[in-house]
Ligand binder design. Structure first.
Ligand code: ADP
Ligand code: MG
Length: 340
């Protein structure tokens, strides 16, 4: 039996069925992410687990106990949201101590627990400061400390880093992962950012329109997307129909759809090589570069091959930078193609 189990959980708001039967298991000590586009039901699923929403149908088990009808404060679940919900008139220390005071724990024990958790999240020096005196990143650390200090059975993080700038966000991703592992806490992290999910997770659960689309480790999700949606959302795959594969790359495929990642395609100039550079196991297409955009150390080109557009990634250090309008050969190894 898993530590957390969702059994066919459905949730409707009026006639709008937002969760269409979610079945999901989370193991103890795992960090899983719910990944998916805005509006697919991620927050609603978390809110059903925390008890802030009642499920319309189905069952939720936590640590061997059916919690479906249990009131929120008895579920022992910690939450951190995108917008730091710290009390502005309390210091960091008072914010973090708040939950323990409600539980009427002895003062000395509260002080001890608060000091310990502030050390863990790296905020010991800010204990006496007010939220307005902290940076966004520090406020999220304080919110994390406040959620963790009561030793919840599970920690829920709903897009906690979405309002934080990119560089700091990456540091916090690594920090949250370290803290989660150090404390051995089970955590569910919600994000719409595939890179964030890849960095953070033991397991990724990809959601789409109120359903579970695919689950797996970051590597499985990146290398073996199961559906067209998974392929487009994780890894930015090119997806071509059978007909397009035949007319553009000249290969007959068995499957309806073929997916391949931008970085597995290689490019050569057609002026240096008049003939298609075709070897065994490869297929080729003639195309024209229509744009090239830098994504940090990667250049992403868009190449038009007849009526089809193919994205191609190259490292920025490549000897050759392609320009708009250049005629190229695209080469693709058949083993890099995934049937959908
Ligand atoms: P996500 O977190 O993946 O962006 P949500 O779970 O917040 O998505 O929302 C999923 C859908 O449920 C959206 O269409 C949203 O409008 C709807 N929804 C969420 N909460 C409510 C509510 N309290 N009342 C009515 N509709 C809601
Ligand atoms: Mg949400």
């Amino acid at each position: 039996m898993a530590y957390i189990e969702f059994h066919n959980v459905k949730k409707s708001f009026g006639k709008n069925e937002v969760l269409k039967g979610i079945t999901l298991e989370v193991e103890k000590g795992e960090l899983v992410t719910l990944l998916g586009p805005s509006g697919c039901g991620k927050s609603t699923l978390l809110r059903c687990l925390s008890g802030l929403e009642e499920v319309t149908e189905g069952q939720i088990i936590l640590d061997g106990k059916d919690i479906t009808g249990v009131e929120p404060r008895k579920r022992n679940i910690g939450m951190v949201f995108q917008h730091y919900s710290l009390f502005p008139n309390m210091t960091v220390e008072q914010n973090v101590a708040f939950g323990l005071k409600l539980k009427k724990e002895p003062v000395e024990q509260i002080r001890e627990s608060v000091r310990g958790i502030l050390d863990t999240v790296g905020l010991a020096a800010q204990a006496g400061q007010y939220p307005s005196q902290l940076s966004g990143g520090q406020q999220q650390r304080a919110a994390l400390a406040r959620a963790l200090v009561t030793r919840p059975k599970v920690l829920l993080l709903d897009e906690p880093l979405s309002a934080i700038d990119a560089l700091l966000r990456h540091n916090l991703q690594v920090e949250i992962r370290r803290i989660q592992k150090e404390l051995g806490i089970t955590a569910i992290f919600v994000t719409h950012d595939q890179d964030e999910a890849m960095v953070m997770s033991d397991t990724i659960h990809l959601m789409y329109q109120g359903r579970m689309e695919q689950s797996g480790t970051p590597t499985q999700m990146y290398t073996h997307p199961a559906t067209r949606f998974a392929a487009s959302f994780i890894g930015h795959y090119n997806v071509l129909s059978r007909k397009e594969m035949e007319t553009v790359f000249g290969v007959k495929t068995e499957s309806e759809m073929t997916a391949f990642r931008p970085e597995v395609v290689s490019m050569k100039g057609r002026e240096e090589r008049g003939e298609a550079p075709k070897d065994a196991g490869n297929c080729c297409a003639a195309g024209i570069v229509t744009s090239g955009l830098s994504h940090g150390n990667i250049l992403r080109y868009t190449v038009r091959c007849g009526s089809v557009q193919v994205d191609v990634d190259a490292l920025f250090r490549s000897d050759r930078i392609w320009k708009e309008g250049q005629e190229v050969w695209l080469t693709l190894a058949e083993r890099d193609c995934i049937s959908l």
